[in-house]
Write a protein that binds this ligand. Structure first.
Ligand code: MN
Length: 485
């Protein structure tokens, strides 16, 4: 590894989930419905049907382009990529392949990888339509045209990543951008995100800014998860280093491979000679239209607060650590929940502690999302307040938390039903403590000699109150009463 450096480029496909309809048809853009129920004739390429551009999809695509610091085109237009496959009944995909068609070209994005800021250059981001989805079984295949025509964003980077860690950190940053900007749920489990990865290696001492020094580009198609991207890159690096070491690297042709999850290897699909000529041309059924600068500005102003900005606020205004702030913004649903508790008056640090330890611990353990559990921001704030008022101890509050989820009741209801109320008023505790001390005056002598009798007294109070005495108040009163004597 020390002898080589790695060049990695990414193509990230992400479905735009936050539009009502598909990109060129009026069929619903939805993931929840019966297969083949969200289909219009144009999605199946029926003769005489014509595509109509979805303005909302273009708007979201332009928003992504702006966030990625890309240059927007003067005219919006589309192109045809010609090929036939059952998931593409029209015989072509409407896309934006050749410059200057894409909604964004030549951008860059800063991202954080293992605590370090890195920058990746973007070649382009373009809007296209997704194909239908197919599933293959041993004796038959199924096809679902609900996905045919779903708006899809394809982002193409330069080979600016030097490790699998960097590539995955970039993809995670992009996923957050899509979520926070309201462009897409970007959920890999729903198949909304798919990646192609280019990997090549070159001798370490050669100049990487000169393209002729780059190694043979190997493209790995259709990796469906970020962990798959990481594994595929690491496997491919090893494979290519081995080829260098055994002298076969120079014979290796430029090729397309696929990631095979089962064997954790990449498998050869086709070489350069089999590369497909898609015969691109401008889509004649969608008129070219001029992109108004005022519209671009309007979109720029409507970009929501993104993860990085939120993180900054958490650190600078709420005084959270970089570590905690990073955890809180990782998923938008978590960050939204957290911000809601702040709005409801929770102390930012206390709420963050709950979120990053107890709540995320529970969600991760059972692979749940925050919306799956019976906890609302209101309930968390209520729970925090019960501790702050001294009604329950912080130890008890953990128990209450799990009971809320289990019994689907509010914090106060749980506290009441468990008879958990903490005894936090001095008028109840002091006479009780005075009585205990009076009964053990001999121990005060021991105390003066240096024996630790303190815990004994605390224990007695807890025994009498069945653990419900407020610990810090109890300690305070015991100390005062001993000192008096
Ligand atoms: Mn594409």
């Amino acid at each position: 590894m020390d002898k080589y450096k790695v060049l990695i480029g990414l193509e990230m496909h992400c479905e735009i989930s936050e539009t009502n309809t598909k990109v060129f048809s009026s069929a619903e853009n939805s993931y929840k419905d019966e297969p083949n129920s969200n289909v219009r004739p144009v999605d199946l390429g029926f003769p005489g049907t014509l595509p109509v551009v979805n303005k909302e999809a273009v708007k979201k695509a332009l928003m992504a382009s702006i966030i990625l610091n890309c240059k927007q085109p003067e005219y919006i237009y589309f192109e045809r990529k010609n090929y036939y496959y059952p998931d593409l009944p029209k015989g072509f995909q409407i896309t934006q392949e050749t410059k200057p068609a894409p909604v964004g070209i030549y951008g860059e994005l800063e991202y954080e990888c293992n605590g370090e800021m890195k920058k990746a250059r973007i070649n382009n981001i373009h809007l296209e339509e997704d194909a239908a989805s197919t599933d293959h079984y041993s004796r038959y295949s199924t096809i679902d045209y609900n996905r045919a025509g779903v708006p899809l964003l394809e982002l193409v980077t330069y080979p600016d990543f030097r490790s699998a860690d960097e590539a995955v950190a970039f993809l995670e940053t992009m996923r957050r951008i899509y979520q926070y900007a309201g462009i897409s749920e970007a959920d890999s489990r729903k198949g909304q995100v798919r990646c192609d990865v280019n990997v090549s290696i070159m001798d370490k001492d050669l100049d990487e800014t000169k393209e002729e020094n780059w190694g043979t580009k190997v493209e790995i198609k259709n990796v469906n998860s970020f962990s798959g991207v990481r594994d595929a890159i690491n496997y491919e690096i090893e494979r290519q280093i081995e080829a260098k070491e055994n002298g076969t690297y120079d014979d290796m042709e430029q090729q397309t491979r696929r990631w095979d999850e089962a064997s954790m290897t990449t498998i050869y699909m086709r070489g350069k000679v089999d590369a497909i000529d898609y015969k691109y041309f401008v889509e004649p059924n969608i008129p070219k239209f001029k992109l108004a600068e005022s519209w671009v500005e309007e979109i720029r102003k409507s970009i929501p607060v993104l993860a990085n900005e939120r993180k900054h606020t958490y650190i600078e205004e709420y005084g959270l650590s970089n570590y905690d702030a990073t955890i809180l913004v990782k998923e938008k649903s978590i960050s939204d929940f957290y911000e809601e508790t702040i709005k409801l008056g929770a102390d930012p640090k206390t709420s963050s502690n709950w979120m990053t330890t107890v709540i995320l611990g529970h969600l991760n353990k059972y692979e749940l999302e925050i919306k799956d559990i019976y906890l609302t921001p209101e309930y968390l704030v209520e729970l925090i307040n019960l501790v702050e008022k001294g009604d329950i101890s912080s130890k008890q509050s953990k128990e209450v938390f799990y009971k809320i989820l289990e019994e689907k009741k509010s914090p106060s209801e749980i506290v009441k039903s468990l008879g958990m109320k903490q005894i936090g008023d001095e008028d109840t505790l002091r006479p009780m403590i005075v009585k205990i001390i009076e009964e053990h005056l001999d121990l005060i002598e021991e105390y003066r000699k240096g024996r630790n009798v303190f815990d004994f007294f605390v224990g007695q109070v807890m025994k009498q109150t069945r653990g419900q005495a407020n610990p810090s108040l109890t300690a305070k009163i015991i100390k005062e009463e001993i000192d008096k004597r």
